[in-house]
Design a protein around this ligand. Structure first.
Ligand SMILES: NC(=O)C1=CN([C@@H]2O[C@H](COP(=O)(O)OP(=O)(O)OC[C@H]3O[C@@H](n4cnc5c(N)ncnc54)[C@H](O)[C@@H]3O)[C@@H](O)[C@H]2O)C=CC1
Ligand SMILES: CC(C)C(=O)C(=O)O
Length: 352
């Protein structure tokens, strides 16, 4: 096993106010300041939180590189154990601890919401520095990134559907969406508006009522990946595509926002061997970060930022062409694009 550390910075600290483990992992700044959301969730041990931060931050480097953003990849984690109650006070002090840590990077690591955090939490982080995207509009941010992320996934899905089914519209197609949260619900609405048969699933039983009220079908979480479908959208958690689940998938196209869907890279080959087109998560899910950076760092108008997000569809079409001509997977094609960008920035840096 390689002992090389792929990451530029990994900071692990016990929050002085909250006592909770805080982790900031910066994978790469080759293309610009590292960016990636802040996860606040339970882990069996803080080391599991560290592993999550390392993998997620690396994926952010690839996400930014393929999306053409001049930013690098990072991620932060506040790791809660299974016994500690997350009171409002603990939440606030943990966010203050993280805000202080992020400020110490002086802009070379910037964050935004991720699983377990939202726009209001960014307001707490911004007490310490301006480097937290997606705060509510009244606080100088662009708000919930779920909408733009859903827009980007829909663009990726249409490009994939055109390739797989010869029709981008998805009218009459059955689409199973696993995870009916902020992004999943936006994807469901976009597809239902185009006449797709939308079936959703969520671990929270309370989401069933909302799903049925919107006219969607419902499948229990344990059956979501194997349910009859043309298209499967992983929109909940990572690690869902693995040796057990891939043989059960009935869909011919898998595309969704959940970060780190594959347990290992070789699962992309297993999907391809079954004739399933899998759009890499870091390609499909770039809409939220592309929109926030475009608006909040690059002064794009809403329309221009939205157009950039829609461009994810063209990226997927390009990846499909590359993968087809090279006889490889979309994952390899995406890796090649990202690594070429990262290598050329290396050359530029050495030429200075
Ligand atoms: N919100 C954003 O802008 C972005 C989100 N992502 C990723 O997309 C995924 C969804 O994000 P959000 O919608 O913002 O999160 P969310 O927290 O709003 O929704 C996730 C939903 O999945 C459900 N869930 C959890 N485990 C599940 C399981 N095993 N089976 C079925 N449902 C389950 C939760 O109950 C929740 O309703 C996450 O993996 C996130 O990291 C990626 C890029 C950007
Ligand atoms: C939404 C942003 C902040 C992110 O971390 C991601 O794209 O995963």
């Amino acid at each position: 096993m390689s002992q090389a550390l792929a990451h530029e910075d990994v900071i692990i600290r016990r929050g002085r106010r909250s006592g909770l483990p805080l982790i900031v992992a910066v994978h790469s700044r080759a293309l610009g300041p590292a960016v990636g959301g802040c996860r606040l969730r339970r882990y069996d041990t803080w080391q599991h939180g560290l592993a999550d931060a390392l993998r997620l931050s690396e994926a952010m480097t690839y996400k930014a590189a393929v999306a053409g953003l001049d930013f690098g990849g990072g991620k932060s984690v506040i790791a809660l154990d299974n016994d500690t109650a997350l009171t409002p006070q603990l939440r606030e002090t943990a966010l203050e601890d993280l805000g202080e840590l992020i400020a110490s990077f002086q802009g070379s690591y910037r964050t935004g919401p991720d699983v377990g955090t939202g726009p209001e939490d960014m307001v707490v982080l911004r007490r310490f520095s301006p480097y937290a995207y997606c705060a509510p509009e009244g606080h100088g941010g662009t708000g919930n990134s779920g909408g733009p992320t859903a827009t980007g996934v829909l663009a990726a899905l249409r490009a994939g559907a055109r390739h797989v089914f010869g029709d981008a519209s998805c009218t009459g197609r059955t689409v199973v969406i696993s995870g009916f949260g902020s992004v999943g619900s936006g994807i469901a609405a976009g597809l239902a508006a185009k006449g797709a048969h939308v079936v959703v699933s969520d671990l929270e039983a309370s989401r069933k009522e909302a799903a049925l009220a919107s006219g969607y079908g419902w499948v229990e979480p344990g059956q979501a990946l194997s349910a009859p479908a043309d298209i499967l959208v992983p929109a909940a958690v990572g690690g869902v595509l693995n040796d057990v689940t891939v043989p059960q998938i009935t869909a011919r196209l898998v595309v969704g926002p959940a970060n780190n869907q594959l347990t290992e890279e070789r699962v992309a080959d297993a999907l391809a061997e079954r004739g399933i087109v899998w759009v890499p998560d870091y390609v499909a899910s770039a809409g939220g970060i592309a929109y926030a950076l475009s608006r909040e760092s690059e002064n794009y108008s809403h329309e221009a930022a939205q157009k950039r997000v829609e461009g994810i569809g063209d990226t997927v079409t390009r990846l499909l062409d590359l993968a087809l001509s090279a006889g490889t997977t979309l994952l390899r094609a995406a890796q090649q694009i990202a690594e070429r960008r990262l290598a050329s920035s290396d050359l530029e840096a050495h030429a200075v």
